[in-house]
Structures are given as C-alpha cells and as structure tokens.
Design a protein around this ligand. Structure first.
Ligand code: MF3
Ligand code: CO
Ligand code: CO
Length: 314
C-alpha cells in the first residue's frame, strides 16, 4: 500500500551505464496514465471484486479480524495458498518463469491464466485502475511495476507480487527472484529482505503490539548498508484487499495490539544504501527509488491464532 509520493524525475540518476545492473526508467515518449494498456480478459463466470464490476463486498472481517474456526478462516487460507502456488509457477518450480529472455508480460499472462484456472480473479487487475494482473518490479523499482515487453536480463532482480480473489477473500504474497547471475550486493539484498520479513513475522502473536514488527525489522537493518522504504506498508487483508491494520516496517508508535483473527501482510521493501526516497513514473504507478538504487521486497500473510500465529503464504 503506497503512502505518499514524490513526483519528480531524478535527473542525476539517468546515466544508465554507471551501474552493474540495468536501471529501469520510463520509456520515451512519456505517456501519462495507463489507459493505453489493455487489461487481460477475465471470463464472466469468475466472481470479481466490486472495483472490477463485481457485486459490492460483504465485509465479513470487521475490524480486520477473520472469524476463526469456520468458512471465513477456510476461505482466507485457501486464497493465501493459491497466491503461494502462483509463486511456485513464477520461480520455484521446474517450469519456473523467471529466466533471462522471458518478459514480465509473459509472466503476467501465465499467472493470469493459472489464477483463472483455479476459479479466482487476479486482484490487482483494475484495482484503482491498475492495468495488469500481477506486479513485477525489477532492480530499482520498489513496487507496483507494470508488466511489459522488456525481457528479463541476466543479473536482474525481479519482485513478483501476486494477489488472488477466491471465494470472496484476497490472498497476497510477493517474492524477489534472482535472474541468472546477480552480483554479490544484489544477492545480499535479496537475502536480507527475506530476513526482514521473517524478523517481522517473529514479532507476531496474540497480545503483542503491531509496532513490534517495525521494531524488529529496524533492529535488523539499522547497522547494515541497507534501508527500509517508509512509503509502502503492510495491510489487513480478507474480504477487503487493503484495510486496517496498517503495518509499518520501521520504528513507529502505533498503539494497537494483535488479537486472534487478525489477518494482515508484512511486506518490507529493502533498499541498497541509506536513501529510501522514491518517485513515481508518468504511468502513475511504477515506484522507483529516487537514486535508482536497487530495492527488493518480500511479502507474507500472517493470521493471529489463539496459540500464536501462522504464515498463510508459505
Ligand atoms: N499486491 C500489492 C500489495 O502487496 C498491491 C498491488 S495493488 C496494485 O499490497 F494495484 F498495484 F496492483
Ligand atoms: Co502484494
Ligand atoms: Co500486500
């Protein structure tokens, strides 16, 4: 979830060839907005969220809590599991898609078909007008990258963020994949990003403060050469895609306490260097680090239970 924006072009970062990785910049001539991008088709028989023309959401998870022990819990678990299985298609299976030469649009198309085949809707599609079915964010892109025809290059890092809408519930998870040979700092970035989401997860449990998540991630990152993006937060999830509780990934004073039934994401964007500012492409979505340093993101869904917590997207 995006919190604020800085709408100016970082001209000092435009020298592409000074880095060991490819910097992603808007294509010229700049086109404002996304109305030129054609969304993929979803057949009529697949139930869709209200923002895509479906019936109004019946909000079951009042206060960001999913009722435990019944249909609601079963449904949110099923949505999370489907999102996780999409990640397998992208990166962890023998048919993995994240290879040099494959375009993000091809990955988008394959995940789109996989989601439809499981009778679900790709939640990002038409969400506030988003034109693609998943988000693909390469190298200096923090989040909300719009899949296109650029082939993945050897040495790229690509975050694939998949959200599905199944039986009225959203499941949301993201992972950063290494494409071919990534340099050592890039590998280190991917590794620490996974450690950051795990540190946040370890701070969860009934009776614990939401602000413990940001504290845990901060303690991990503060002594390193990396930084935490303040612009993207985790969020409550269930019958609504993004809702309270908002999960801040750095030090914060949020007073709320986790109770059984709370279902939310933890999704830190970790950045190389100590300048975690960002700017938005003319498309209105794609978020880049301001200095075009690389960023990686990992996202999991956590359900607070009576006994502790469960990660629904593992
Ligand atoms: N999946 C993203 C998240 O983790 C949100 C994507 S919304 C979109 O919250 F519109 F950008 F696709
Ligand atoms: Co996501
Ligand atoms: Co999310």
């Amino acid at each position: 979830m995006f919190r604020s924006s800085l709408r100016r072009l970082p001209l000092h970062s435009l020298a592409k060839n000074i880095r060991s990785f490819s910097v992603i910049l808007p294509e010229e001539p700049f086109i404002y907005g996304v109305s030129h991008i054609k969304p993929r088709i979803v057949p009529e028989h697949i139930p869709r969220p209200h923002y895509a023309g479906g019936s109004p959401t019946v909000i079951q998870d009042v206060d960001g809590k999913v009722q435990l022990g019944g249909d609601a819990e079963r449904s949110v678990r099923a949505a999370a599991k489907l999102a996780k299985n999409c990640q397998r298609v992208c990166g962890n299976s023998s048919q993995a898609l994240r290879k040099p030469g494959v375009t993000t649009n091809e990955i988008d198309a394959a995940v789109h078909e996989y989601i439809l085949a499981h009778k679900a809707y790709p939640s990002p599609l038409l969400y506030s007008g988003f034109p693609r079915s998943i988000c693909t964010s390469i190298n200096n892109i923090l989040a909300h990258g719009i899949s296109d025809d650029r082939p993945l290059e050897d040495g790229d890092m690509v975050c694939i963020d998949v959200t599905v809408y199944l039986n009225g519930y959203h499941g949301d998870t993201a992972q950063t994949f290494l494409v071919g040979d990534v340099d050592e700092p890039g590998k280190e970035l991917a590794k620490i990003t996974n450690s950051a989401v795990e540190a946040g997860i370890s701070a969860c449990g009934p009776g614990r403060h939401f602000n413990g998540i940001g504290k845990a991630i901060h303690s991990l990152i503060k002594a390193t050469s990396f930084s935490i993006s303040p612009h993207f937060t985790g969020h409550g999830i269930g019958t609504v895609f993004h809702r309270k509780p908002w999960i801040l990934h750095d030090l914060n004073d949020e007073p709320e306490v986790m109770v059984p039934g709370h279902c939310f994401t933890i999704e830190p964007c970790i950045i190389e260097g100590k300048t975690p500012t960002c700017w938005i492409f003319p498309d209105g979505w794609t978020a880049s680090t301001e200095d075009c340093a690389r960023s990686a993101q990992a996202e999991h869904m956590v359900l607070i239970t009576d006994a502790g917590y469960e990660v629904l997207t593992r």
